[in-house]
Design a protein around this ligand. Sequence first.
Ligand SMILES: [Zn+2]
Ligand SMILES: [Zn+2]
Length: 348
Amino acid sequence: MIAARYTQGGGFAVTDAPEPVAEPGGLVVRIDAASICGTDIKILNHGHRKLRDGQTITLGHEFVGTIVEVNGSSNGFAVGQQVGVAPNIGCGHCGMCMQGMGNMCPAYSAFGIDRDGAHAPLVAIPRAAIEQALVIPLPDGADPRAATLAEPLSCVVAAQRATRIEPGDTVVIYGAGPMGLLHVMLAATSGAGRIIVADRNPARLALARELGAADTVNVSEQSVRDWAREHAPGGVDVVIIAVPVPEIQTEALEILAPLGRLCLFAGWPRGTTGVPLDTNAVHYKSLLVTGTTGGAPRDYVASLKLIGSGRVDVRRVVSHVYSFADLAKAYDTAASGTALKVVIAAQP
Ligand SMILES: [Zn+2]
Ligand SMILES: [Zn+2]
C-alpha cells in the first residue's frame, strides 16, 4: 500500500509499505480521513527524539477510520465500526497512565511518531490502545474529514483546560495557523469576552476575525506590546502562544494582567534555546504559567462532541483535501507553509 514514510537520518518518501496485520487483541482500521500536522513536517525536517537512527515509520497521528479486522477478543469493537484514535499510548502502569494521561507518560509510544501511523490506507491498532480507552467510536453520520481534527482539537482542549479561561476574559492568541485558529473558536465557545489574535499573515488574520477574534494585530506593523498599551492598559487575562517564537514569551509576561494565565502551547525543535523570563512578574502579578503538549482521551472525547455539535467548526481550518493517490502532493502542500490544515481522505 502507499504510505508516507520517514527514516531517521534518511529522510522522507511516499513509497510502498506492507499492509499491517492485527496483533492478538488488536485491530486494523481502514483510514477514512487523516490530517497532516505541523509535527509531521517538524519530523521530516528535524527527525524525532523517540526514533532510533535508521528506524522507519509511517507518519500520521491524526486519523479516523473504519475497523476492517479484529483479532481475537473484540473488546466490544466490531468490523464496520467507525472510530477515532487518541494517538499516545502510555506504558499503562505509571502515575500518569493511572490518571488517564498517557500523553504525559514518560514511556509513551505514538502512532506516526515511533510506530506506524495513519498516512497510509490501513493502520494497525495494538491491544494496549484499546485497553487504555484510546479507541473511541464516532457518532453516527460523523464527517471523517472533520472528525480527524479531533486530535489537534484535543491538544487545544487540554491547553485551555490548563489555562482556565473564564467568562468575559480578554484572551490574546499568538499565531493564526490552524492551531491558533482552533484556539480562537474554542475560546469563543468557552465564554471569552474578547479575543485578540496576532500574526503576520493578513489572510489568516481575516479568518481569525471571522471565527471570533474581535481584534487582530499584524505583528509586521505593530507589536502586541504596543497594541496592549493602547487597548488593554490593565493587561489581558489570558495569553496562548501557538507559534514557535521564544521572544514572544517575554512579551506575554509583560502584557498579562494580575492573576493572568499564560499557556506555552507551541514547542520548538530541540536545540532551540528559550529566553530568560521575568519570574518576578510571575510572583508580583500572581501569574499562572503553564504549558501543554498533546491531549488525553477525555480531551479527545470532548473534541468529538464539540465537532459533532458544530460548536467548533473545524472545517473552517481545512484548506486542502487530497486522496491517498495524491499523498505526495498533500505533503508538498503541507510543507509549503501556505496551507492551513491538509486532510487526506478515502473519499475526498
Ligand atoms: Zn498533530
Ligand atoms: Zn505510563
